[in-house]
Design a protein around this ligand. Structure first.
Ligand code: COI
Length: 371
């Protein structure tokens, strides 16, 4: 059986509760909307009828492949309240497309119609629409996930899996305004390598980052700057894509906006990354926007010559995370924060444009109203 929206079954709570009166108590990913979407797949039967049910625990066999061989992938996207109270998803097609590529990498059944999953996610958000908080910076973070449920200890492709979607009302990533982050450039551990799984959203990529991340925090840094290769290419910052802007730090003139390329297979094709690149190409011209390798030596030299203008992370959770300091081989590289000491002008422009589309203030095909 195919994965089909038309087969959706609903078991909806009569009294689903409500958001807390004080939204500032919402902590990222710690409270959950009351319903979930679940659909099981097996090699013999295909996809079961998708179900929207109350959020509940699963009973899963302890031999399941998700527990032993890391057969798990996920997505993260957000629903926002528009000016008329409508609920909007930001580029959900991109997340579904990427989920399918992650599933393919894990030998899971990825050949379903993406539109069907989009409609199912939309239906779930519509059921829990009262849990999409109102207000700038607030949203419902949606977490589609697929786990291997193959009940055998032999290492083989999963004969069964479970697709589920849960969601979590969240507040602004920076509740008291932007807090520029400091990065510790990591010379020993690597997050990803060519031909590895860095380009897929697998839980395993995040699990292996926890040790170096904890160590960086112990040393007083917010995030790891992930490097690769003998020439210390910059790849990602924490769980975010990275952008470095070169230009004239005195006049603020932007010369080149650089982010590592997808072609090496080490970089997650982020939806915020893609959106920011498209906007920057419109604003600055495509000649100034480069998807290319960039080494620490280049960043260091640019800093010495007054040519390092900005660095920032891009991701769904925070949208933009301005970088103020990179510690490389024991020395600090300071990144200017030209707008109010909080971020650079490119970061600010990207932040304003993307959030304005997300909240439906600027009309755009990227913002999809939930039916
Ligand atoms: C994001 O920045 O959106 C992420 O991927 C972080 C998420 C794993 C919590």
């Amino acid at each position: 059986m195919a994965l089909l929206f038309s087969r959706l079954q609903r078991n909806i709570l009569k009294d689903p509760g409500r958001l807390p009166a004080d939204l500032t108590t919402l902590k990222f990913g710690q409270s959950f909307a009351p319903h979930m979407l679940v659909c099981d797949w097996s090699r013999s039967k295909g996809w079961s009828d998708p179900q929207i049910t109350p959020l509940q625990k699963f009973q899963i066999h302890p031999a399941s492949s998700c527990f032993h061989y890391g057969v798990e992938c996920f997505e993260g996207l957000k629903a926002f309240r528009g000016p008329k109270g409508e609920v909007r998803l930001f580029r959900p097609d991109k997340n579904v497309e990427r989920l399918k590529t992650s599933m393919a990498r894990l030998e899971l059944p990825f050949d379903f119609e993406g539109k069907e999953l989009e409609r199912l996610m939309s239906a779930l958000v519509a059921v829990d629409r009262e849990f999409v908080p109102r207000g700038d910076g607030y949203s419902l973070y949606i977490r589609p996930t697929v786990i291997g449920t193959h009940e055998a200890l032999g290492v083989s492709p999963s004969d069964s899996c479970k697709l589920f979607v849960i969601s979590s009302p969240v507040g602004p990533y920076y509740p008291t305004g932007f807090k520029p982050v400091s990065l510790l450039a990591e010379k020993t551990a690597v997050r990803a390598w060519p031909g590895g799984t860095g380009a897929y959203k697998l839980g395993a990529n995040y699990a292996i980052a926890l040790g170096p991340q904890t160590e960086a925090q112990r040393k007083g840094f917010s995030q790891v700057l992930w490097l690769f290769g003998p020439d210390d290419q910059v790849t990602e910052a924490g769980t975010m894509n990275l952008v470095v802007v070169f230009g004239d730090a005195k006049s603020g003139e932007v010369k080149e906006i650089v982010t590592p390329p997808l072609s090496d297979g080490m970089i997650l094709p982020g939806v915020t990354r893609d959106s920011a690149l498209e906007l920057c190409r419109q604003w600055y011209g495509s000649g100034k926007v480069s998807e290319r390798r960039c080494t620490m030596k280049e960043v260091l030299n640019a800093s010495k010559e007054g040519q390092l203008l900005e660095a920032f992370g891009l991701g769904t959770a925070a949208v933009i995370s301005p970088v103020q300091r990179i510690n490389y081989e024991g020395k600090d590289i300071h990144v200017p924060l030209l707008v109010d000491g909080k971020m650079g002008p490119v970061a600010k422009r990207v932040w304003e444009a993307i959030t304005s589309i997300q909240y439906g203030r600027t009309p755009s095909p990227w913002s999809v109203v939930c039916e």
